[in-house]
Design a protein around this ligand. Structure first.
Ligand SMILES: [Zn+2]
Length: 371
């Protein structure tokens, strides 16, 4: 038994390569789940699967001493597409795909790093507290895995999510609230050549709505984007139906609600002027969070990063992650960089050093969590 934990770099590279080669788009994580469950068996750790729609969330639990804060480490098992037949290529101290697919370092750099950290813990005699590792499914398509997970299944009150891009050192302490909306307009069909005056063009109405609502960057913490638009049937028909979907995000809750109200009001006023029918629906997809920089979870992250020689970089994010849901459900969480770069593209890669730094950081957090 080693006194201090030691990352086995060769073993970690193998685990990472194994994992990225397993195709795991959202809801189709079975191969990765089997890999983690088999890992759990051979490492002799408690590994529990929790059904979630057609897939599972997976949790590995390691018991420890009471004089440490119980900690949850969290990452996700699914990736965006294209993720069929990923061929990782190692060159110049980086791992990338062959260019025809994503790499899947988002978020398998964390999955592999967590498994390596678990082995290091088992192989060393360092004292630690109760530690839980959560591997969620279906994150990429809407945080569905974590939303379908009962947080009462974990005891930790602090969570370190490893799902932010950039070199290890980044600590996301704030992320936005997110509301998605759909505007549907029903006008009136008519022959476009013979009696256009009898029609009400839903396309004209929705165009005017889109032109008049706030759009793009609203302020440093608030955005609006119309993402899809559809409508109409043919050029010789005054369009009867049109709809668009949009979203607004802000790190301030009141701002997303104010913008939603403003968009709804503009849409209704314009529809009324054209005598078109309108329906505006919305959904709060996830809540935002903002953790104080003096909070002890941030102190633990900073201390842990410094002790492995990394410069902590506190940041705010414009994106949502499992971190949002954990915070909304009462587990204080920050989102740490796991080294992935150019994510969601076929140019995605990870620097070898960042891959190694993930388990080092996990082990460092474990030790920094002393009460
Ligand atoms: Zn991710």
């Amino acid at each position: 038994m080693k006194k201090t934990p030691h990352v086995n770099e060769e073993r970690l590279i193998k685990t990472f390569i194994d994992l990225v080669k397993i195709s795991s788009p959202s809801w189709e994580e079975k191969g990765v789940i089997d890999y983690i469950v088999n890992f759990g068996k051979s490492a002799g750790v408690e590994c529990i699967t929790y059904p979630c729609n057609n897939s599972y969330n997976v949790c590995i639990k390691i018991l420890g001493e009471d004089n440490y804060v119980p900690i949850l480490f969290s990452c996700h098992m699914d990736t965006v597409t294209p993720c069929e037949n990923i061929q990782p290529v190692i060159k110049q101290n980086k791992i990338a795909s062959d260019g025809s697919t994503i790499l899947g370092a988002d978020d398998k750099s964390a999955v592999a790093g967590f498994l390596e950290a678990i082995l290091c813990l088992k192989e060393s005699t360092i004292p630690h507290g109760n530690i839980e590792f959560l591997f969620s499914c279906a994150e990429e398509t809407g945080l569905y895995g974590i939303k379908g997970f009962d947080v009462k299944q974990v005891q930790a009150k602090y969570a370190f999510v490893f799902d932010s891009d950039g070199p290890v050192g980044g600590v996301v302490v704030a992320a936005p609230f997110h509301i998605s909306m759909k505007i549907y307009v029903k006008g009136k069909a008519a022959h476009a050549g013979m009696e256009p005056e009898k029609g009400i063009s839903a396309i004209r109405v929705i165009s005017e709505i889109i032109t008049n609502i706030p759009h793009g960057r609203i302020d440093d913490e608030t955005t609006v984007n119309v993402g899809t638009i559809k409508g109409g049937r043919a050029t010789n028909i005054v369009a009867e139906e049109a709809e668009c979907t949009l979203e607004t995000r802000s790190r301030k809750k009141n701002k997303v609600f104010t913008i939603k109200k403003e968009i709804t009001s503009i849409a209704k006023t314009i529809a009324l002027r054209y005598k078109a029918k309108i329906s505006v629906t919305s959904n709060m997809d996830y809540e935002g969070y903002s953790i104080n920089e003096n909070d002890s979870i941030v102190s633990i992250a900073i201390q842990a990063l410094q002790s492995i020689g990394k410069k902590p970089l506190l940041a705010v994010s414009g994106g949502g992650s499992d971190t949002n849901i954990l915070n909304a459900r009462g587990i204080k969480a920050v989102n740490l960089s796991s080294g992935m770069r150019q994510v969601h593209t076929t140019k995605e890669y990870i620097a070898m050093q960042d891959l190694f730094d993930v388990p080092s950081l996990v082990l460092s957090i474990v030790q920094a969590a002393k009460k």
